[in-house]
Ligand binder design. Structure first.
Ligand code: ASP
Length: 193
């Protein structure tokens, strides 16, 4: 976004641009991943992002109150070729509005995209919802669409402009790390359903 006029480049164009920016081309496939993929090919078990969960969403606020966020993932293992997840989509996997707050997601990207999840969390904070209530309300939309009991996970984390943090997940449990005032702590929350 700083080096071109665009918001997103994909596929071959993205590769060419990365090379022009002196990123090194390298094969990231490890022997371990190749073995796991071969095993999966034989068994062809359906997998959700929860089974192969790896998204890292980071939200930050500096001492001047400015907000920032990042989201990185390898997405959904053994997905269909060409599948795009929520993590790179602005408003889905991540959304930052420096006036109101920021939010980020992990979990089943398709459902996060369909509800413009992180944008929704920030918009709910704009309407006055507490960060955790905003995360829960955004998840409740998904839960409702899946008859009250989805068989997949989505979790949101959020920071409001005043520094209040929030989080929620659909089911099971979810852990997030909070670093504040020199203390790093892991927090575990329980699912809504
Ligand atoms: N959200 C990611 C995706 O759907 C998966 C994950 O959270 O691990 O691509």
């Amino acid at each position: 976004m700083e080096d071109t006029k665009h918001v997103m480049l994909v596929g071959e164009g993205a590769r060419q641009f990365a090379v022009s920016q002196r990123f090194e081309e390298t094969d990231l496939l490890t022997d371990e991943s190749r073995k796991a993929w071969k095993k999966w090919k034989k068994e062809q078990n359906e997998m959700t992002p929860h089974d192969t969960h790896d998204t890292i969403s980071v939200l930050a606020q500096d001492s001047n109150g400015n907000l920032a966020g990042a989201c990185t993932t390898s997405g959904w293992a053994y997905k269909m070729h060409g599948r795009v997840g929520d993590s790179p989509i602005i408003g889905a996997g991540l959304y930052v509005d420096n006036e109101i707050g920021c939010a980020a997601a992990t979990g089943l990207g398709e459902e996060v995209i369909k509800t413009t999840g992180s944008f929704l969390v920030v918009e709910l904070m704009r309407q006055g919802y507490d960060p955790t209530a905003a995360c829960e309300k955004a998840l409740n939309r998904v839960i409702k669409r899946h008859n009250g009991n989805p068989d997949f996970q989505i979790a949101y984390i959020a920071i409001r402009k005043d520094g209040k943090i929030g989080s929620a997940c659909i089911k099971w449990s979810f852990e997030y790390a909070l670093a504040r005032d020199g203390v790093n702590k892991l927090h575990k929350i329980k699912g809504i359903v």
